[in-house]
Design a protein around this ligand. Structure first.
Ligand code: GDP
Ligand code: MG
Length: 442
């Protein structure tokens, strides 16, 4: 992947004393290749490399940074810039309802994303309504209704045979009378862009005057997604993009080039099929992720949305002070269950890739037998033991094993895992501290 490639490159750079033009050229050759392999648009790559080179070669190496750090910093900043600089939000109308039109090809994820967006707005205290304006497949209306029911969000639809423009227009009246402050219109797609589709979308646009037209594209289609965005933007005019299936896109090429090519910012990314799996797009975090520096901010935010806020704060404090105990470990594991797969979470933590490799295939099944065993073992310990594992000697281990109905080696393994986790946390803490010292890194 791109992250690994770049990390390799920068490993080579590390340890060099001075940033020479040769160094920069060598690094940029790797960066160029990595980006092309990630399916980033050719012209975008060319411009990008040129910009980084110009900045890197001309720059004084500051005392606080090694030459490699300086190059990484510049690449990071330019990647962020390439993807739009800062987060782009939805245009909310000062006079409700805000009208959002979801457009895109068939299967891109419009209907799913309409639901996801509705949920996220609802969580922010809005009262959205979903509008079923995909009239060509009977199942499309049902699909939206199922989603609406799941999320407890109303779905506006009309009897079969009604045209999409009428549905979209009528939905505004519905929103007024039902005090819905956001209208999300799910439109029909086609397998390919064609005149008929564009005309229908233009007609809807003309009639309802949306505040926001969001193009939904499938990140896994790479450059095709960028081409689709270019032509939708030309014909219809777009306010932003939703990049779906980023959970399945290891290369990230579309995320990297679409803003540069079309001028339209990515506003949201879809990270899975579940209706919670929509995230705002943050260019700086994406850049860090691409560079393999992990994404602590996303992780913390994700955790906060799920964790009880007070508990999250408490954890953070313990994390800082390094007095994370087995009780916390247990609480953490319960919380992690809510966050999704452990793998997902690990991939967001810097330096975790290496640790994951070291741990090998020893997957922790969060809902299975192992988890229950862990819980039983910890519950069989005294509060003192939980707070300070170093006092758990051989005879205590025997007692705990007997009490929890496990074997001594299970207790040993848990204590070892816990130690590994503590070490890992120290490492993360150090990296965060180190990063602050970088100056330019955010
Ligand atoms: P539409 O034809 O544009 O309305 O697309 P749908 O919303 O029906 O989605 C097509 C398929 O893609 C469905 O199976 C969705 O569950 C799936 N899908 C949508 N968004 C995502 C995503 O972010 N990640 C993953 N893995 N699947 C997604
Ligand atoms: Mg659909």
């Amino acid at each position: 992947g791109l992250a690994d490639r770049l990390q390799e490159t920068f490993k080579k750079l590390r340890g060099h004393g001075k940033l020479t033009e040769d160094d920069v050229n060598e690094a940029m050759r790797e960066v160029r290749m990595a980006l092309l392999e990630a399916d980033v648009n050719f012209k975008v790559v060319k411009d990008f490399v040129k910009r980084v080179k110009e900045r890197a070669i001309g720059q004084d190496v500051m005392e606080a940074l090694t030459p490699a750090q300086l190059v990484i910093k510049i690449v990071n900043e330019e990647l962020t810039e390439l993807m739009g600089g800062s987060q782009s939000r939805i245009n909310m109308s000062p006079n409700p309802p805000t009208i959002i039109m979801m457009v895109g090809l068939q299967g891109a994820g419009k209907t799913t994303s309409a639901g996801k967006l509705g949920l996220s707005l609802k969580k922010q205290g809005k009262r959205p309504v979903l509008v079923a304006a995909d009239i060509y497949r009977p199942a499309a209306v049902t699909q939206l209704q199922v989603i609406g029911k799941q999320l407890d969000i109303p779905v506006f639809s009309m009897e079969p045979g009604t045209d999409a423009v009428t549905i979209a227009k009528s939905s505004l009246n519905y929103a007024f009378t039902h005090a819905n402050d956001v209208v999300i219109i799910d439109t029909a797609g086609r397998l390919h862009i064609n005149e008929e589709l564009m005309q229908e979308l233009k007609d809807i646009k003309g009639q309802v005057k949306p505040h926001e037209i969001l193009l939904v594209v499938d990140a896994m289609t790479g450059q095709d997604a960028v081409n689709v965005a270019e032509s939708f933007n030309k014909d219809l005019g777009l306010d932003g993009l939703v990049l779906t299936k980023l959970d399945g896109d290891s290369r990230g090429g579309a995320a990297l080039s679409v803003k540069a090519v079309t001028g339209c910012p990515v506003k949201f990314v879809g990270m899975g099929e579940k209706l919670e799996a929509l995230e705002p797009f943050y260019p700086d975090r994406m850049a860090s992720r691409i560079l393999g520096m992990g994404d602590v901010l996303s992780l913390i935010e994700k955790a906060q949305a799920t964790f009880d806020e007070a508990q999250a704060k408490e954890m953070e404090k313990k994390f800082r002070k390094d007095d994370f105990t087995l009780d916390d470990f247990l609480a953490q594991m319960q919380q992690i269950k809510k966050l999704g797969s452990l793998e997902n979470i690990m991939s967001l933590i810097p330096g975790m890739g290496d640790i994951k490799k070291k741990l090998g295939d020893r997957e922790i099944d969060l809902n299975g037998k192992e988890m229950r065993q862990v819980e039983a073992i910890i519950r069989s310990m005294t509060p003192k033991e939980r707070a300070n594992t170093s006092i758990i000697n051989g005879s205590r281990r025997k007692r705990i094993a007997a009490g929890s109905g496990t074997r001594v080696q299970d207790v040993n393994r848990l204590l070892k895992q816990f130690e590994e986790m503590r070490k890992m946390m120290k490492k993360v803490k150090k990296m965060q501290g180190g990063r602050k010292g970088f100056g330019g890194f955010k």
